[in-house]
Design a protein around this ligand. Structure first.
Ligand code: SF4
Length: 360
């Protein structure tokens, strides 16, 4: 039987139940979810499915990430709410490709883990599955693992197995609406050109989830806990000298500017910190940055495209200002500029929760 898989939270419980109810059946997983955006989130969900299937001894195949085709399929339905017409097309598309995969592999039965998701309509899935059977003779197995306490059992398994519990369905349209309603920053969409791994980002999770797989291979005990913290994202930063000369400059993480713009000049210098006369802004040279951080950047562009690890940068910030809670802008430049300067900095600090792995 080919089992279309949407995510580990739905698949782990679902596959365990199938193994019990169909002991003679060889199950093969098929991860086909081009709806998931961004691609890093797709990789994260796939990674967790691979881990779960490995535990259950089930082979998992990866379908194509044909995102453009998926976008084409839901065109015109972008503003539909969740559970609406876009979701119908999304299920149909994923099911259709999975069913064709079953046909290609010579499988006689197919099912989908979407059947346990509380957001999906079982009747609708069954209708699509039965229509495919009529056409191609691949039977759709419409199990109901949601009723009779199934949903509670599923939550228990999710917790016990420490599965990755995503907090949005998958696509950019659903995510945008959800974050708008929550009045929350859509930080899933941040991907710095420098490839810097930001705190509580998808990339940070991927590193952690890969690491936990290594720990599991070595039979080491661990736990994933949650932690509240002050997160940060920088949207835009520019330093302008005079009217229009843009200078190479780098704003350290946790630099914030309430009004997003400031104009002024450097007033005085003390112990390698150059004090701007507005908004508590501070300037440092690249040499001083290198000295404090133990780095050897030759040019600001090098720093922009290949900054130190986030934690390392925070250590440097603390060392320079001798303060743990400072969020004033610290701007790194090659040479300290004189004259009138304009600073544009759009950045945000916000309360957030991140996962942390602790070894027991
Ligand atoms: S909200 Fe979920 S089911 Fe609906 S279209 Fe987006 S990814 Fe598909």
């Amino acid at each position: 039987m080919l089992v279309h898989i949407c995510c580990s939270v739905d698949s782990h419980f679902f596959l365990e139940k199938l193994q019990t109810d169909y002991p003679e059946e060889k199950l093969t997983g098929f991860f086909y979810d081009p709806n998931i955006h961004p691609y890093s989130e797709y990789q994260l969900r796939l990674l967790d499915v691979q881990r779960s299937c490995k535990k259950l001894g089930i082979e998992v195949l990866e379908g194509p990430y044909d995102y453009e085709n998926w976008l084409q399929a839901v065109r015109g339905l972008e503003n539909e709410p969740e559970k609406g017409a876009r979701c119908e097309v999304c299920f149909d598309k994923r099911f259709d490709v999975s069913a064709k995969k079953a046909l290609e592999l010579g499988e006689k039965k197919i099912t989908t883990t979407l059947l346990v998701s509380p957001l999906k309509s079982q009747e609708q899935l069954k209708r699509v599955g039965d229509a495919f059977y009529e056409k191609h003779g691949v039977a759709f197995i419409a199990v109901d693992y949601r009723s009779k306490g199934g949903t509670q059992d599923q939550s228990r398994v999710t917790k016990e197995e420490q599965l990755y519990r995503q907090d949005y369905c998958g696509c950019i349209f659903g995510l945008t609406m959800q974050r708008d309603q929550q009045n929350k920053l859509m930080d899933e969409m941040f991907s710095p050109i420098s490839n810097l791994t930001l705190p509580a980002s998808i990339e940070e999770r991927i590193h952690m989830y890969k690491y936990r797989m290594e720990l599991e291979d070595e039979n080491k005990e661990y736990k994933i806990i949650k932690q509240k913290f002050l997160n940060y994202r920088q949207f835009n930063f520019k330093l302008i000298k005079g009217k229009r000369e843009v200078l190479d400059a780098y704003a350290l993480s946790y630099s914030t500017l309430q009004r997003k713009k400031a104009q002024g000049r450097i007033e005085f210098t003390n112990e390698n910190i150059h004090y701007f006369n507005r908004e508590e802004i501070k300037f440092i040279t690249l040499d001083y940055f290198n000295l404090t951080c133990g780095t050897s950047y030759q040019a600001i562009k090098e720093l922009i495209f290949n900054p130190p690890h986030f934690e390392k940068e925070m250590e440097c910030r603390r060392a320079m200002l001798c303060d743990n809670y400072d969020i004033t802008p610290i701007i790194v430049v090659k040479n300290i500029p004189d004259g009138k300067l304009s600073i544009e900095l759009d950045a945000k600090t916000y309360e957030d929760v991140k996962e942390k792995l602790i070894i027991l």
